[in-house]
Design a protein around this ligand. Structure first.
Ligand code: GLN
Length: 485
């Protein structure tokens, strides 16, 4: 086995046994990046020198008996998480050449545990999109089929892990941006409970919805990453003082007596039959492992797209006001007045989708419209949360598709924002309710495209998701598919 093919758990055990060094592993990942990047375009910035230096340090820490939980493991990071001294663009021209002066809390945490940061990966500008095509620095491509989208907005994270450039990545999920690309790229992705992981140093898109979470190729690796990044942080006022359990303890075979809910509304018209049959098969697998399957209803699901696409742009319009050319990032030169400088900088620095959202959000928050739009959407949000609360009285975990279809062709929906918004219908509710969600590989379509299965749980029930995901992974025991790279 090539070192770059190893999961975190495999690489750690090889390093513990002295059969592999982090320098060898990191070199192997960098060589893999070198050979496949031309086909997959996952990275915006590759920090070869920095990575090799961190790898050497990890090796010497390990020799000195100071090995952290991710000692020597090379990872990629979505390009909207602040990494001190390493460029962060947020996929936007407006932050070209921006060098963050500090590390996000999640970055400090993975560094403290010895992780090696290979570089920063591509994404839809400021996280706005579902295909990563709204990236100003190249579009990541699905490694399972040439010419197909990887999903988004954390497309680069998913592609780097699926195409074996690294074992894991950090992304962010505001309305599905971890679960959806994980599903379309055949890997594991988790959006934690809102408040479980610090947002300090995560560039804000929609602050009441954003969460950082991991991508990996196994549920166990996901659990390891969650153990490192979770926990209260005084630098994030929305982070929650909740004990972080030993997530790995949840990974035991058998789920006798667990109640798995199947939300009726998630199997509605428009669901691709192959996606449906993969999810139904996963339900059978969980039954075989001891689960009891119950039918549940989330009646306000049909309103989640409208509520999300008011709340997220409203918050974004406020959060993105800071990019005006005055302090950092791109500035359009030669303006005569300050206002002209703002106008020129923002007109040229932002892409079309970001501008569309700023316009919608500014409108929805404006005086006279706030009650009709933002406030109404917030009320709908409460109804969606109530749906979940009721559902979790009848079951421990919900199982459903992640997306209504498998990956589609690049360019297919580029000029149809509404079609893309609709494709988010199965992931947005978890963010609106603040609950954790996860995508676990469920199988492949006849065309060889991966399809994920979504698990959702009550607040701070990540252990239940990991346990269910682990049992699904074991029960399915999928044949590895064939990458198209
Ligand atoms: N696709 C959704 C959007 O465009 C979600 C993005 C995300 O989770 N960052 O807003």
């Amino acid at each position: 086995m090539n070192p770059y093919e190893m999961t975190i758990v495999e690489a750690l055990s090889n390093m513990e046994e002295g059969k592999l060094s982090s320098v060898e592993l990191t070199r192997s990942c960098l060589d893999r990046i070198d050979s496949v990047e031309k086909d997959v375009s996952a990275f915006i910035t590759i920090d070869e020198a920095g990575a090799m230096e961190q790898a050497a340090k990890a090796d010497s820490d390990r020799k000195g008996g100071k090995a952290g939980k991710l000692c020597g493991i090379p990872l990629s990071v979505k390009d909207l998480i602040n990494t001190k001294g390493l460029k962060m663009t947020c996929g936007s021209k407006i932050l070209e050449n921006f060098i963050p002066p500090y590390d996000a809390t999640v970055i400090s945490k993975i560094k403290n545990e010895g992780a090696v940061i290979l570089g920063k990966v591509a994404m839809d500008e400021f996280g706005m999109g579902s295909t990563s095509e709204n990236c100003a620095y190249g579009v990541p491509v699905n490694p399972w089929k040439k010419g197909y989208v990887a999903g988004g907005s954390s497309g680069g994270s998913a592609v780097s892990v699926a195409s074996l450039e690294c074992a894991a990545s950090l992304g962010s999920d505001t309305g599905g941006s971890i679960r959806q690309p994980a599903s379309l790229c055949g890997i594991v992705g988790m959006k934690p409970t809102y408040g479980r992981v610090s947002r300090y140093g995560l560039t804000a898109f929609a602050s009441s919805l954003d969460q950082v979470g991991p991508f990996s190729r196994s549920v166990e690796d996901c659990s390891r990453m969650m153990g490192v990044i979770s926990g209260y942080d005084k630098m994030d006022s929305t982070s929650v003082k909740e004990d972080v359990p030993d997530f790995n303890r949840a990974l035991t075979p058998g789920i006798e007596g667990m109640k798995v809910g199947v939300p009726r509304e998630y199997f509605a018209e428009g669901l691709d039959p192959q996606v449906e049959s993969i999810v139904r098969n996963s339900i059978e697998v969980l039954k075989d492992r001891g689960a009891q399957v119950v039918d549940v209803s989330l009646p306000h699901t049909e309103y989640c797209v409208a509520a999300y696409y008011l709340i997220a742009p409203s918050e974004a319009s406020s959060n993105l006001a800071r990019y005006d050319g005055a302090l950092y990032g791109f500035r359009k030169p030669d303006a005569d007045t300050l206002v002209e400088m703002y106008q020129n900088t923002r007109s040229e620095g932002f892409g079309a989708e970001v501008k569309r959202r700023i316009l919608i959000g500014t409108y929805a928050l404006s005086s006279g419209y706030y009650d009709a739009y933002y406030k109404k959407a917030s009320q709908v949000r409460t109804l969606i949360l109530d749906d979940f609360k009721k559902a979790f009285e009848a079951c421990d975990v919900l199982i459903s598709p992640v997306t209504p279809t498998p990956a589609w062709k690049l360019g297919e929906n580029r000029d149809n924002p509404l079609a893309l918004y609709m494709s988010d219908i199965l992931t947005l509710s978890a963010n609106l309710a603040g609950i954790p969600g996860m995508s676990v590989p469920g199988g492949f379509t006849s065309e060889g495209l991966p399809v994920g299965v979504q698990l959702q749980g009550g607040h701070f029930q990540e252990e239940t998701l990991l346990k269910t995901g682990f049992n699904l992974e074991q029960g399915l025991n999928l044949e590895p598919g064939k990458l198209a790279i």
